[in-house]
Ligand binder design. Sequence first.
Ligand SMILES: NC(=O)c1ccc[n+]([C@@H]2O[C@H](COP(=O)([O-])OP(=O)(O)OC[C@H]3O[C@@H](n4cnc5c(N)ncnc54)[C@H](O)[C@@H]3O)[C@@H](O)[C@H]2O)c1
Length: 255
Amino acid sequence: MTLNAAPTDLTGKICIVTGANGGIGASAAEHFAALGAKVFATDIGPDFTGSAEVTYQPFDLLDPDGLNACVDWINASAPNVLFNNAALFDMGTVLDADLAQYDRLFGLNVRAFYAVMQAAAQSMVDTETQGSIINLASQAGHRGEALVAHYCASKAAVISYTQSAALALAPHKIRVNAISPGVIDTPMWKTVDGLFAKYEGKEPGQKKREVGEAVPLGYMGDPADVARTAVFLASDQSSYITAQTLCVDGGNVLR
Ligand SMILES: NC(=O)c1ccc[n+]([C@@H]2O[C@H](COP(=O)([O-])OP(=O)(O)OC[C@H]3O[C@@H](n4cnc5c(N)ncnc54)[C@H](O)[C@@H]3O)[C@@H](O)[C@H]2O)c1
């Protein structure tokens, strides 16, 4: 019997991280870099707020020129790993979530997400790299919610594209998986908590506290909980896993 359980090492891997100034993206970039990867990170702001070891390039993925430039940048980087993470959250029911909100959420969470994934996949095919693509879905992608119509639908699309891409890229030995975080304590939760306060008449901080207490494990996740799963999916430790959506949610979603 061959025991193949070497410690996780990302030395020699080139990792692209989008949304790298956010809670989960920043943690993933730091984890990848700490384990030896060369990390190329992007977000909308002018500067990267994390470690100096990470090479940073800003792009606005909702701007057509920004998205095109990002696609070129991905090609030039020739990644082994993509952490496809940038996204926006907003709320509304089917009666009040308008098409402007649809365009913003689908523009980033689906359209730009898809273009970024396609660019990384094409680069991996062209360079014959047996890479790993990691897409950020959400527990919201597994079940519609009355108040969260567009965001839930955008994350359901991420899960579906993950499966289609994994099957299409399997002959190239490129793996494509998604992570569905549950409730993770990041800057996004400032927006989420504020919106729930407005829609459900809650006190500021109340929704955040309630969702944390409702998790079967009893607390909100930390960005590092997601980053450690990303490290596993990026590494050769997960070499036989593709087309899956891993729920990192303390037990919130059973499927
Ligand atoms: N935090 C959670 O509880 C949670 C739960 C489920 C899924 N997720 C998903 O995890 C991922 C990361 O979430 P997070 O909580 O770290 O969010 P976050 O808001 O902290 O980070 C998202 C990042 O995306 C960037 N971004 C926004 N618009 C952009 C644009 N036009 N161009 C480029 N970048 C842009 C933001 O600047 C931000 O840094 C997202 O895909 C999110 O949907 C988060």
